[in-house]
Design a protein around this ligand. Structure first.
Ligand code: HEM
Length: 294
């Protein structure tokens, strides 16, 4: 059994940074991969940093074809939903996600990573994430209630033994900006109809509307994923970093299409109050496959 990157399941961290890179010279992708695989976390426990390293699926297939999962692709085309709603594709070549208990270590480590990759890859997108009111996203709702437990999550998030890329995971990373003023103008009862859960206790509504967020992403229908969403941004411009891991890319793409109204014409009500700004898929290889790049 291959070992998953530990950062996927490292819950309880309050400071995050997501760095997305593009290769300077695509012909030198092995040099770049070796530099990524050589990244070293600080050797401390309390001040430690968790890493999750991912590659554009096509780039990974080119570098390590024997450990590339079948039919996994980058976010290469916008999803054009109903009513002119678009989920944009902003794919990059690699992702380094770091998380820790405090922002200073994440900040310092991020600077080291950028320096280590200098000349090989250019930083294209930097997003800082931080915990808000323990476990709430910036809509004020608890985020992650229907996540599988840590005992079940590996089976939902990781490619199974025997498949190419076993122990790896397909990650969907997106930045969604919130329309906070419009959201906060809604009475709580209306917000609950949008989400499909109660706000205070996060209890699923018995008669949740068809267009509620949890109806559009119902895991009983699409299959389970493992979400590590975090709030991001400043007072004026903020939202949710959607961080979703799945053993199968299809679960994630189908959920996005469903949110965009492509499943049955019903668009997710949450998309009327949040706007997707970025979207990329990364293959997050197992520790063993990553080590082979050195
Ligand atoms: C602005 C962006 C988003 C926000 C603020 C958000 C927030 C939430 C909240 C508050 C819940 C209910 C509690 C929970 O189970 O976690 C939820 C459920 C869920 N969300 Fe999202 N979400 C966002 C985007 C997405 C996207 C892009 C996907 C999929 C690609 C997704 C997939 C899910 C799933 C699978 C569930 C659980 C559904 C079930 O009950 O089976 N979410 N989300």
């Amino acid at each position: 059994m291959n070992t998953a990157q530990a950062g996927i399941f490292a819950l309880g961290t309050s400071s995050h940074i997501y760095l997305e890179f593009d290769l300077v010279n695509p012909k030198l992708c092995k040099d770049f991969a070796a530099a990524v695989a050589a990244i070293r976390e600080p050797r401390t426990t309390t001040g430690g940093v968790n890493f999750v390293i991912g590659f554009r699926p096509e780039l990974w297939r080119e570098m390590v074809p024997e450990h590339a999962p079948a039919n996994v692709e980058g976010f290469n085309e916008d999803i054009e939903g109903v009513e002119g709603f678009v989920i944009p594709a902003t794919q990059h070549d690699a992702l380094v996600w770091m998380s820790s208990s405090a922002y200073d270590v994440v900040f310092d480590m991020a600077r080291t990573v950028i320096q280590d990759l200098a000349g090989k890859a250019t930083l294209k997108e930097e997003t800082s994430g931080w915990a808000h009111k323990h476990d709430r996203d910036l809509t004020g709702f608890v985020d992650g209630s229907e996540n599988p437990t840590l005992l079940d999550a590996p089976a939902d998030a990781l490619l199974p033994v025997g498949e190419p890329g076993a122990g790896g995971s397909v990650l969907l990373l997106q930045k969604w900006r919130h329309r906070t003023a419009e959201w906060e103008a809604l009475p709580v009862a209306k917000q609950e109809m949008v989400m499909g859960r109660t706000k205070a206790e996060s209890i699923e509504l018995e008669n949740k509307p068809e267009d509620s967020h949890v109806a559009r992403t119902d895991q009983d229908k699409f299959g389970n994923i493992f979400r590590r969403n975090m709030p991001y941004g400043n007072v004026d411009n903020h939202g949710t970093v959607f961080v979703g891991f799945s053993a199968e890319q299809r679960r994630l793409t189908k959920m996005l299409e469903s949110m965009a109204g492509l499943a049955n014409g019903t668009r997710d009500a949450l998309t009327r109050y949040t706007q997707p700004l970025t979207g990329a898929y990364y293959f997050v290889p197992s520790v063993e496959n990553l080590r082979e790049l050195r």
